[in-house]
Design a protein around this ligand. Structure first.
Ligand SMILES: [Zn+2]
Length: 196
C-alpha cells in the first residue's frame, strides 16, 4: 500500500515516510503483498521482540550516571584548584613543592573529569574499554583522594574516615563499573553478534 505521503507496512501496520525502506518500525522490506511472506516477516518480528534486551538498561545506567557525576565534580574541582593556583602565583609562591603538587593535582582532576565523561559515554554504548577505564579510574581516585587529603589536610581531618569515605564513594563506582563489565561480557558471550 503506497500513497503520496508515505506507505503502510503490511507486517506491523505502521505508517512510513515515502523514503523509508525497509519499515522504520519492524524493518520488513517495503512492498510485500504476498500473505505468506507477510506472515513470515511477522514471525521474524515476533521472534525479535521476544529476545531479551541486550543488557538491562538499569545496569548500564548506574555506572553511566555515577561517572557522569564524577566527571562534573572532578572537572570543576580541577578548574577551582587552578584558580587557587593563580591566587598562589599572584601572592608569590613561597613553597615551590606545594605549588607543583597543587598544579599536578588540579591537572589530574581536570584530566580525570574529562576521562570520566568519555567513560560514561562509552558505557552508554556498552563499550568494554569504558568499563575497564572506569575501574582503573576509581582505583586511581581512591588512592588519589587519600593521598590528597593526607598531603593537603593533614591534621585537619581524620585520615581513617577519609580512607573509608574514599573507598565507599570511589570504590562504589568501581564496583558499578565492574558489575556492568561482567554483565556486558556475559551477555556478549550468550548472544554473539548482538550489541557492540
Ligand atoms: Zn513494519
Amino acid at each position: 500500500m503506497t500513497t503520496a505521503t508515505g506507505w503502510v507496512c503490511k507486517v506491523c501496520w505502521k505508517w512510513n515516510r515515502p523514503e523509508d525502506d525497509p519499515c522504520f518500525k519492524c524493518k520488513s522490506p517495503r512492498g510485500i503483498t504476498d500473505d505468506a511472506e507477510v506472515e513470515a516477516h511477522r514471525k521474524v518480528v515476533e521472534a525479535r521482540a521476544a529476545r531479551p534486551e541486550p543488557v538491562p538498561d538499569l545496569v548500564v545506567a548506574v555506572p553511566v550516571v555515577v561517572f557522569r557525576g564524577y566527571a562534573k565534580v572532578w572537572f570543576r574541582g580541577g578548574i577551582g584548584l587552578l584558580g587557587l593556583l593563580a591566587l598562589m602565583a599572584f601572592g608569590g609562591v613561597t613553597d615551590l613543592l606545594w605549588f607543583a603538587l597543587t598544579a599536578g593535582f588540579s591537572a589530574g582532576l581536570v584530566v580525570s573529569g574529562f576521562l570520566a565523561g568519555e567513560v560514561s559515554e562509552g558505557m552508554r554504548n556498552r563499550e568494554i574499554w569504558a568499563f575497564l577505564v572506569g575501574i582503573a579510574l576509581s582505583v586511581v581516585a581512591v588512592i588519589g583522594s587519600i593521598t590528597a587529603f593526607s598531603v593537603f589536610a593533614e591534621g585537619l581531618v581524620d585520615l581513617n574516615a577519609v580512607r573509608w569515605g574514599s573507598l565507599l564513594v570511589f570504590g562504589g563506582a568501581g564496583v558499578a563499573a565492574l558489575v556492568g563489565l561482567v554483565l556486558v561480557l556475559r551477555h556478549g558471550r550468550q548472544n554473539p553478534g548482538l550489541g557492540a
